[in-house]
Design a protein around this ligand. Structure first.
Ligand code: PLP
Length: 433
């Protein structure tokens, strides 16, 4: 049995059918912004990774500095329990994080994946109010169109339609959904936009622990780029009505949107911030829920006096070491001597110039770009298997979903590599049926 045949018959992949899975390509190497994989011809092909392995590999693959960080730690120790023990990799990482996250956040809970960090944030918010004698504040508010992960509490605040809540309705907790924000990032704000959210706050604040949202970019829920003023007004509502604000920056953190954190576009700080994905430069899984002193102290008032969560692999030293190295790279700018801002801006203008003309095409509904994110929304859903095999022939790794063809490439992509992605998208949009 060939590798791909074994894979097809025995291995689950994300969001894939067991009976009619989409084709999978075997990766044999990865360096810089490129993957080497076995194309459908059976031959090796090198493709530019337009996805950064799902928002993660901001510095590209096989980076000598990140490799060294893992190797150095590997030669010391790769894991120890975090209960009653601590270590320099975790301490160094948390110092760096507290230096760069929005103001006021100062207690770091290291979690093992983005979804787990969301579970942790939700538990913190609910436990916070319970410890203040406000057990009734146990619900969440969230805009439609969101994505926060695939575990149960995270799923309960994903968009109810995209997130297939109907499948799990007996198990999922019902929260309050506001309409998705409508005003795009680059358009003019209108105060009516926040009115439905305000209504929910007015009616239900006494039973709500937290509002959770992805600031400015709704990622896997539809790649929508919305107005920062919406985030700002949500912060104000939370303050006015005694509700905590959880910002999910698992996709947007670490420069992707042109700010280090997407909250910075709105000039606000959440009460709890979730980060993950690019935290380790895409080397391994690590996430964090970072809260304010007030939340941390509030959670630990009265009984049980502790925060009730503790993953086995909490604070994994290898992951923490590579995360520190990734943040140092990000801040000290080791790409062609330029910092991340310049590179993200460079990619933003290449994507904007390259993709914008497609907005005229009759099959295209919308083109939108922000930071190192470029999205072409089609009028009809695309045939993923077909378009992907054409993309591979054009030297690009791009994985559309539904009507969306989008890229969020590594910040280290050269202009030529971005051009390869843009040409592939043009071909996919204009030449395929
Ligand atoms: C990917 C993602 C998550 C879930 O993270 P996992 O590491 O896949 O569990 C949560 N929220 C957002 C915004 C994400 O993009």
């Amino acid at each position: 049995m060939s590798n791909t045949e074994f894979d097809k018959q025995h291995i689950w992949h994300p969001y894939t059918s067991a009976t009619a899975p989409l084709p999978c390509y075997e990766v044999t190497g990865a360096k810089g912004a490129e993957l080497t994989l076995i194309a459908q011809s059976g031959k090796e092909a090198t493709v530019v990774d337009g996805m950064s392995s799902w928002w993660c590999t901001i510095h590209g693959y096989n980076h000598p500095v990140l490799n060294a960080a893992v190797n150095d730690q590997l030669n010391k120790f790769s894991h120890v329990m975090f209960g009653g023990l601590t270590h320099e990799p975790a301490i160094n990482l948390c110092k760096r994080l507290l230096d760069i996250v929005p103001q006021g956040l100062n207690r770091v809970f290291l979690a093992d994946s983005g979804s787990v960090s969301i579970e942790v944030a939700i538990k913190m918010a609910i436990q916070y109010w319970a410890c203040q004698g406000r057990e009734e504040k146990s619900k969440l508010i969230t805009p439609r169109g969101g994505y926060h992960g695939d575990t149960f509490a995270a799923m309960s605040v994903c968009d109810p339609v995209n997130g297939m809540h109907s499948l799990f309705k007996k198990t999922l907790i019902q929260h309050f959904f506001a309409p998705a924000p409508q005003i795009p990032f680059h358009q003019n704000w209108h105060p009516d936009e926040i009115a439905p959210m305000r209504d929910i706050f007015e009616q239900h604040h006494h039973e709500v622990a937290a509002l959770i949202l992805e600031p400015v970019v709704q990622g896997a829920g539809g790649m929508r780029l919305y107005h920062p003023e919406y985030v700002k007004q949500c912060r104000q509502l939370c303050d006015e009505y005694d509700v905590l604000l959880i910002c999910d920056e698992i996709a947007t953190g670490f420069g992707r949107t042109g700010e280090l954190f997407a909250c910075n576009h709105a000039d606000i700080s959440p009460d709890i911030l979730c980060i993950g994905k690019a935290l380790t430069g895409g080397y391994m899984t690590l996430a964090a829920a970072i809260c304010t002193e007030e939340v941390a102290l509030g959670v630990c008032e009265g009984e049980p006096g502790v925060f009730m969560h503790g993953p086995t692999f909490m604070g994994n030293p290898l992951a923490c070491s590579v995360a520190s190295a990734s943040i140092d790279l990000l801040l000290n700018g080791i790409w062609e001597g330029e910092g991340w801002q310049k590179n993200v801006k460079r990619i933003e203008s290449l994507l904007e110039d390259g993709l914008r003309p497609l907005s005229q095409h009759p099959k295209v509904a919308d083109v939108r770009c922000l930071g190192a994110i470029g999205v072409v929304e089609m009028k009809q859903a695309v045939d993923v298997a077909q378009i992907q095999s054409e993309f591979v022939k054009k030297g690009a790794w791009i994985r559309p979903f539904g009507k969306l063809i989008y890229v969020m490439p590594p910040f280290v992509c050269s202009n030529e590599q971005i051009a390869t992605l843009i040409e592939a998208i043009h071909y996919g949009v204009t030449k395929l049926p």
